[in-house]
Design a protein around this ligand. Structure first.
Ligand SMILES: [Zn+2]
Length: 148
């Protein structure tokens, strides 16, 4: 099997960790996040690619930049932060299912989002293409990965 990894353009976002977490990350703070996607295929396309790196970038970078860059990532049950974001017209994104905006849950969300996007677009090699994993890094030393 062939696989490729693509690190997307960094995005900056604010978040905080709820559910009674007592660490310093319960306070609103930000990261310059980095996202890396892994794709695989049993067979290569006509150009001998799993998927064109440029195509990965165009599709997925765009979603991340539009939806999550300079954004407040908000857990669905963080009513106070959501009220502030709405009242002050702050760019925000509500993470569903009452999940904390941990790197683990951000990676899980992106995995599902990207898998759905890849399934609906007209991409060369679609029948063989599989999203393997999405990694979200809060720093160069702290990364979480979601894979199926
Ligand atoms: Zn954080």
């Amino acid at each position: 099997m062939y696989s490729i990894n693509k690190t997307l353009k960094d995005f900056s976002a604010a978040h905080r960790i709820l559910k009674g977490y007592q660490g310093k990350c319960r306070h609103l703070h930000g990261h310059n996040y980095s996202v890396t996607v892994s794709l695989s295929a049993d067979t290569l396309n006509q150009y001998d690619f799993v998927m064109d790196f440029d195509e990965v970038k165009t599709l997925l970078d765009n979603w991340v930049q539009v939806n999550w860059d300079h954004c407040i990532l908000i857990s669905e049950d963080d009513e106070a932060l959501l009220a502030f974001a709405k009242a002050d017209n702050q760019h925000h994104f509500v993470l569903p299912d009452n999940k904390n905006t941990s790197a683990e849950c951000l990676a899980e969300f992106l995995f599902q989002q990207f898998r759905d996007m890849l399934a609906t677009i007209d991409v060369i090699n679609k029948s063989s293409l599989q999203l393997q994993a999405v990694e979200v890094a809060e720093t160069a030393f702290s990364k979480a990965c979601y894979q199926q």
